[in-house]
Ligand binder design. Structure first.
Ligand code: PLP
Length: 393
């Protein structure tokens, strides 16, 4: 069966060039970069080269790059590392639509006596900037707002948010896990102090990430251990994966234009065909400020999970915007925060593309999706009620 993988916001294929770059570091150059001998030293040199590749990709200085184990660790390190180094301040601000790596932190902080604020979004998923301005107090220790939403692809105006936050002298963290590789990032021109990225979202393997920490930002290590990463993250470096991430960043820089022209055109083609062929369909999120690869679409009166399973039978791998909690299908916190109506939020599907997708694959989806939705609507009592109400009207 043909596989059409359009779940790239969940994870991406490791680029063949990345695999090739990594392989010698498993079997030939396996030294510990901290060792004094030449065998460790040559590995340290390669890690430094990877750090330069990442820094070049982010428009940062290599000394500002800290390798971590994943995006989740980068987010946790940014937040807890900043809070720990500013213990006199006890108020944390984030948004209502963050990834769980940030979204679940306020609960932990509340237990530690912190006050936390989660800023709302509107129906299009746009952040309420007035609420943000009003929420900042002299007690605010950190603002953490994501760059791009993983479910809808909606982009927040990060530099504008940064200006508001920095005008109050507060550090600013952004989770750029979904933005990296899809948008051009330049930390030299940015208001951001701390930024998280994850290897497996940009064609490097799972299990490696980066925390960018601007020079001069107060930060206490989250992972306590040896002197690695200039004392900012203990633990022997995951050398092959770091080498892979360096290579992936180099490739991502080259692919950026393709991502923003060809991939965007494929996404727009898929979106327009879906809207043309399937009635009662809504696009979630601000269509003018979205990642070029992401399409979140709601099919009214059907369940996302059922759509996914039937698509999966046809080789199509996407994801849904609802999560099965305690036996009931709860729409995602992102769609709920946006106020997407219940009948639509339940039937939401995310298609997320990469540079490896083709027009033929979009046509495969367009061929199979409309009959899947029709089949599910034919057995949906909600759809039948809707049709009756239309007849009466
Ligand atoms: N932040 C965002 C926006 C994400 O989409 C993800 C993963 O889906 C993460 C953080 C977590 O990254 P990782 O899987 O590397 O821990």
């Amino acid at each position: 069966m043909k596989t059409v993988y359009v779940d790239n916001n969940a994870t991406t294929k490791v680029a063949p060039e990345v695999v090739e770059a990594m392989l010698p570091y498993f079997s030939d150059f396996y030294g510990n970069p901290s060792s004094m001998h030449f065998f460790g030293g040559q590995v340290q040199k390669s890690v430094n080269e990877a750090r330069e590749q990442v820094a070049d990709f982010l428009g940062a200085d290599p000394s500002e790059i800290v390798f971590t184990s994943c995006g989740t660790e980068s987010d946790n390190a940014a937040i807890f590392g900043t809070l720990d180094s500013n213990p006199e301040k006890r108020h944390f601000i984030t948004s209502r639509v963050e990834h769980p790596a940030v979204m679940n932190i306020p609960t932990v902080l509340s237990r530690k006596g912190y006050r936390t604020t989660e800023i709302s979004v509107d129906r299009e998923g746009r952040l309420d900037l007035d609420e943000l301005k009003e929420s900042i107090t002299d007690q605010t220790v950190l603002v953490s707002i994501m760059y791009a939403n993983n479910e809808t692809g909606v982009l927040f105006p990060i530099e504008g948010i940064g200006e508001i936050v920095k005008s109050r002298g507060i550090p600013f963290h952004t989770d750029a896990v979904q933005a990296a590789g899809k948008l051009s990032l330049n930390m030299k021109k940015s208001t951001v102090d701390l930024l998280s990225i994850s290897g497996h979202k940009l064609h490097a393997p799972k299990g490696v990430g980066v925390l960018y920490i601007r020079k001069g930002t107060k930060f206490s290590p989250f992972m306590i251990g040896g002197h690695q990463e200039k004392g900012r993250r203990g633990g022997t470096e995951n050398v092959p994966y770091i080498i892979g991430l360096g290579k992936a960043c180099e490739l991502a820089k080259k692919h950026l234009e393709d991502e923003n022209t060809r991939v965007r055109a494929l996404r727009d083609y898929l979106e327009s065909k879906i809207l043309e062929k399937i009635p009662n369909t809504l696009i979630n999120g601000d269509r003018n400020h979205r990642l070029p690869n992401t399409l979140s679409v709601s099919f009214e009166y059907v369940e996302g999970e059922s759509i996914l399973l039937l698509l999966s039978d046809m080789g199509i791998c996407a994801s849904s915007g609802s999560a099965c909690t305690s036996g009931s299908l709860e729409p995602s916190h992102v769609l709920r925060a946006m106020g997407v109506p219940f009948t639509a939020a339940h039937g939401s599907i995310r298609f997320s593309l990469s540079v490896y997708n083709t027009k033929e694959e979009m046509d495969h989806i367009i061929e199979h999706l409309p009959p899947v939705i029709q089949r599910l609507r034919d057995i949906s009592p909600f759809w039948k009620d809707y049709l009756k109400s239309q007849k009466k009207g």
